[in-house]
Every structure is written in structure tokens, then in C-alpha cells.
Design a binder for this molecule. Sequence first.
Ligand code: 5GP
Length: 187
Amino acid sequence: MAATPPNELVSVGEVLISAEELQKKVSELGAQVSRDYAGKDLVMVGVLRGAVVFIADLLRNLTVPCEIDFMAVSSYGSSRDSSGVVRILKDLDDSIEGRDVLIVEDIVDSGLTLNYLIRNLQARDPASLEVCTLLTKPERRRVDVPIRYTGFEIPNEFVVGYGLDFGQRYRNLDHVALLPEDAVPGR
Ligand code: 5GP
């Protein structure tokens, strides 16, 4: 008999947020964003790579016209802690001047990456600039950042799945899971 192939969709650790909870929340966020951006000129800016799954689902829950663009930044100094020094690895393809920009993040941890992104994008004179994040870890915040839409507040734990990785793995999980203690970086 052929060996069963390894299945990444089997959770690595405890399930923190199930696929059903994620889909319900994303549809609520999509409805809110659709209400708030009716008649506006919405551009969603996804932050690579972690926000890819979230932005794809959010997009399908919007009922208003919307464009998407992406930025890639490197934010982690060590394996776990942001240094606050952010490097742009990929910039937006299009100008956001005069447009209604919504930054779409996977997770806000210290807030340092988002703080940098907000300053950077604000300098390009958008008509408005707001933030939507799937996850936030309020306990870890080092800088206060304005977040208009939040999916879930989570405890100070390292999570993977639904776009979030550990060593580039686990992004394909349809849920958010905790990593087992011994695998957590920096612990
Ligand atoms: P911040 O600058 O807010 O400290 O870090 C934000 C970035 O750190 C996120 O976009 C994400 O790439 C990474 N990050 C923070 N916490 C976690 C976590 O629990 N799991 C994963 N996979 N990445 C995290």
C-alpha cells in the first residue's frame, strides 16, 4: 500500500481560530468595509507575504469596487522581535495619491512594521489611509497604531496558518494554530 502523503492541513498545534470562525469574521469585515467605502476609491494594500490569504478572502466579501496592490517589507530583526528597522523589498506598483487606501495586514504584534508603513504611505498623499488586520496581539504593542478594523485579538503566542508562517511553512492551513512550545522561535 502506498504511504499516506504528509498532510499540512492537519494542525501543527492547538487550533486557536477555526476555519469557520475565520470565514465568519472575514465576511463581517467585508460587509463593514463595503459599507464604509461605498462611493469611495478603494485600494487595498496587502502586506506580503502573510496577508495574502486574508486579502484574497476579504476581497471576495466586498460588494464595492476595489483595486489591490502589494508591498513586501522585512520587519523581523531576530526570529521573533521586530527591530523597528523596516526595509521595503517590493513597493506598490501604482500611485495611491488621492485614493482611499486600506492597508491589509495579517497580524500586528509590536506595531513597528505598521507604524513604518503608515508613515511611508501617508507621505504619498492618499485621500484616506486606514488599517485592517486579521489578528492583533495587544500585549506585545510597543507603539500605538490606529487600526480601524480588527478580526481577532489574540494572546501573546506565536501563531501559524491562514497565511502566517513559521520558516515559510504552514501558510496553507485553513485555520490559525499555535505552534508547539518547543518549536516557538526565541523561546
Ligand atoms: P510587528 O512589527 O508588529 O512586531 O510585526 C509584524 C510582523 O511580524 C507580522 O506581519 C508577521 O510577519 C510577524 N509576526 C508577528 N507575530 C507573529 C506570529 O505570531 N506568527 C507569525 N507567523 N508571524 C508573526
